[in-house]
Design a binder for this molecule. Structure first.
Ligand code: PLP
Length: 356
């Protein structure tokens, strides 16, 4: 009998989503962003499944993530490290060399240090085209070009700030700047679109795309096609009780029953990453029937009004809180956030199961 929260990770859905994004990539090669343990889905399994499906470009945030990924994607795949390596971090530089990772260098300082300590070792460059987060500013491209001379970057990338809003003028501004920057590094592969960037049209085409959230069935671009859930997150019912009208539920007594109800208490709370902001607004699905989360989500537990699914509400039954009924972005919106935060925040107590 299940007694812990569990995530069933659907590797077939993730590879099917990757194929769909490849089709939308305007002839580019779709890569895969598997940072933060593949958005909580498990980078080793996801990386291996995508490598088998033909993915050749993987993106992580840290060298240690890339090092752990290497043996799962094979020696032939490229692994890029978004956060780059600090100029004086000899350990990170050595790790990149050992695991054949390409750091995405984000400043002239990082570029200078990488070139002087590694010589001909491959690397990527991030150009900041207006997000003002990471990357070499447009005004420093001339210097970057000089530092790259003799051995240019294998890949030049930038990141879109507003790709979910197709009509935002920021997109075209960034695209124009990126084209200008990429022209300075003629031998390099180009990489601009994240998930939402796949749906901005052919002007945004580049050699390699960087989908993350779409692989896992999320994303909020109104233009994106239906994608399949990367996981089904389920909470087991611990106890079921009939509770009379007028009673309240949970800490702070924030929910009052206006009719008698059948309440199920499930093993899943904010200690598992099930956000407290789902209090009195989250939903769950028991055997396909939608049931509301009532009362405060606490550390280990949440309470669900299962009156509508009384016939199947039994201890040990699993209630879906993310999956094919409760869509990731719908649940996230109820919590006032995005699918990214919900899946990357899932804790170590959530057991991961893989469908193959
Ligand atoms: C996380 C990340 C991505 C993936 O973005 P999604 O919106 O999840 O597709 C792409 N590029 C960079 C630089 C990132 O940091």
């Amino acid at each position: 009998m299940a007694t812990r929260p569990r995530a069933r990770v659907h590797l077939d859905n993730i590879t099917a989503n990757w194929q769909r994004l490849s089709t939308a990539a305007e002839g580019a090669q779709a890569g895969a962003v598997v940072k933060a343990d593949a958005y909580g889905h498990g980078a080793a399994k996801v990386g291996a499944a995508l490598a088998r499906a033909g993915c050749q470009h993987f993106f992580v945030a840290y060298p240690f993530e890339g090092d752990a990924l290497r043996r799962h994607v094979g020696a032939g795949a490229e692994i890029y490290v978004f956060n780059g390596v600090a100029a004086d971090d000899d350990e990170a530089i050595a790790l990149c060399r050992r695991a054949a990772l390409l750091p995405v260098l984000n400043s002239l300082e990082q570029l200078r240090a990488w070139r002087s300590s590694t010589g001909e070792a491959p690397y990527a460059l991030h150009i900041d085209t207006g997000m003002n987060r990471l990357g070499i500013p447009m005004g420093q491209l001339g210097e970057a070009r000089l530092l790259a001379s003799g051995h240019g970057p294998d890949l030049v990338m930038s990141h879109l700030a507003c790709a979910e809003a197709a009509d935002d003028p920021m997109n075209a501004r960034q695209q124009g700047r990126f084209a200008e920057a990429a022209a300075r590094f003629p031998g390099a592969l180009t990489s601009l679109p994240n998930t939402a960037g796949h749906f901005l049209g052919p002007a945004y085409r580049s050699d390699v795309t960087r989908p993350g959230i779409g692989l896992y069935g999320g994303g909020t671009s109104p233009r994106q096609p239906a994608l399949a859930p990367g996981m089904t997150l389920e909470a087991p019912i611990l106890t079921v009780n009939e509770v009379p009208a007028g009673d309240t539920v949970g800490y702070g007594a924030t929910y009052t029953l206006d009719r008698p109800a059948l309440l199920a208490t499930v093993a899943m709370g904010y200690g598992d990453g099930f956000l407290r902001s789902l209090t009195n607004c989250g939903i769950a699905a028991l055997d396909g029937t939608f049931c509301p989360i009532v009362g405060r989500v606490s550390m280990d537990l949440a309470t669900i009004d299962v009156t509508a699914a009384a016939g199947v509400a039994k201890p040990g039954a699993l209630i879906e809180v993310i999956g094919s009924h409760v869509r990731l972005e719908d649940q996230a919106a109820r919590a006032g956030t995005l699918g990214y935060e919900l899946v990357t925040g899932l804790g170590a107590r959530v057991e991961r199961h893989y469908d193959r």
